[in-house]
Design a protein around this ligand. Structure first.
Ligand SMILES: [Fe+2]
Length: 402
């Protein structure tokens, strides 16, 4: 099943799948122990990473879980770019400790590893097959699974996707509706200590998710509404967060935007910005948001030819511009808003900035050709178009290509 068919592009044919129950608001993480008791989880594996453990965020949660009679077992080995070996090690802990539930406590990498672990636990197939076929290979009932995101970014708590690298550095995306957490605590207090550079990257990812889900060719009107709302919230909240990291209102807004963008993506997928980003990520070491920042402007300018009305509608909906100027001007104002945000977030804008090796680009073009998100892009790209848009990422002045 390709992503294109997973999301559906036939007008009038779409499906609606919701993620699990989400608790929202400052302090809601304190309900985690009640969730564990309600599901009779006595020995959860708590999946996290060393940064979160060192931050001290986990300590009060562990205390509450223990006070309720649970005996959490910590696996804190998730890497920033998680690998299949993270899942294998967590699975060994699960079996050796006889665990009976999962708690993901961390950013997108932690939640992705937990989703893949859940699938691995419920399937007899090799992990590479589980990554490819997802729900189709789950043969056992899923154990209880809760997630507590500590960043507002990937929206992994509400998306159907989980990313992981194999031992050769290749990225795999598992798609599974069933392996999403059944209970989520969206507690914006947990994001208050996220440093500016990380907030910039995760927040820009939210904007790109919302934009992609709002503008692609998939035919899910509910997902479109959620995506537009998430875009409006994230464009409003991210500059405030970047100027005032401890602003709880803006952090709250961004966390909600991240979750809503995740739901929108689970219904509609994304667009060519992620479609051109993923192949590049196989040949550069830069963070996801850095690659998105390089890709977004040239692709949006390429898209203008057919998508100006769509961009214009978004610019007006998000309050960037009034509806009294021309469609073209309104559409340009959306691109300018994204570029200004990229500037404020101190993110790169060219292939040079992310250390891309131009000799590797032919393999990038080839991978992009079959990328499912690129096929969902609002304006279709020929192979020549793909090369042209990547070429526009080399120069500093993307406007030349508009
Ligand atoms: Fe992303």
């Amino acid at each position: 099943m390709t992503s294109t068919s997973y999301f559906g592009v036939d007008p009038g044919n779409f499906s609606i799948h919701w993620p699990g129950e989400a608790q929202f608001g400052p302090g809601c993480v304190d309900s985690l122990a009640q969730w564990a008791s309600a599901w009779n989880v006595r020995k959860p594996i708590l999946i996290s990473d060393q940064g979160i453990i060192d931050s001290g965020l986990l300590a009060p949660v562990l205390e509450l879980l223990r006070a309720s009679g649970a005996e959490p077992v910590i696996y804190g080995g998730v890497e920033a770019n998680p690998t299949i070996s993270n899942v294998v090690l967590a699975k060994a802990v699960w079996h050796s400790q006889d665990c009976d539930g999962l708690i993901a406590f961390g950013g997108g990498s932690v939640i992705d590893v937990s989703k893949i672990l859940l699938a691995h636990l419920c399937s007899d197939a090799p992990i590479v097959d589980v990554l490819k076929d997802g729900d189709a290979l789950l043969v056992r009932p899923l154990p209880p699974f809760a997630a507590v995101p500590t960043t507002a970014g990937t929206g992994s708590e509400s998306t159907t996707a989980a990313l992981i690298k194999d031992e050769f550095g290749r990225k795999h995306v598992m798609r599974s509706r069933r392996c999403r957490p059944q209970w989520i605590a969206l507690d914006p207090r947990l994001t208050l200590s996220v440093p500016r550079s990380v907030s910039a990257c995760t927040g820009f990812d939210v904007v790109m998710h919302a934009l992609g889900a709002a503008t692609n060719r998939a035919s899910n009107p509910l997902g479109e509404i959620l995506a537009i709302d998430a875009l409006s919230r994230s464009l409003r909240a991210l500059p405030t967060v970047l100027n005032d990291l401890k602003n709880l209102d803006a952090r709250t807004e961004l966390m909600l935007a991240s979750y809503l963008a995740g739901v929108a993506m689970s219904l509609r997928g994304v667009d060519g910005i992620h479609g051109l980003c993923t192949p590049l990520e196989s040949v550069v070491e830069a963070p996801h948001a850095h690659v998105l920042a390089v890709v977004c402007e040239p692709l949006m300018r390429f898209n203008l030819e057919t998508m100006a009305p769509c961009y214009a509608r978004l610019a007006v909906s998000c309050g960037i511009v009034s509806g009294e100027t021309s469609i073209r001007d309104q559409a340009h104002s959306l691109i300018e808003a994204i570029c200004n945000l990229r500037e404020l977030a101190c993110l790169p804008r060219s292939l040079d900035d992310i250390g891309a090796n131009l000799e590797a680009m032919p393999s990038v073009y080839e991978a992009a050709r079959t990328n499912a998100s690129l096929r969902l892009n609002g304006r279709q790209l020929s192979q020549d178009d793909i090369v042209t848009v990547y070429a526009a990422m080399r120069g500093a002045n993307h406007k030349e290509n508009s």
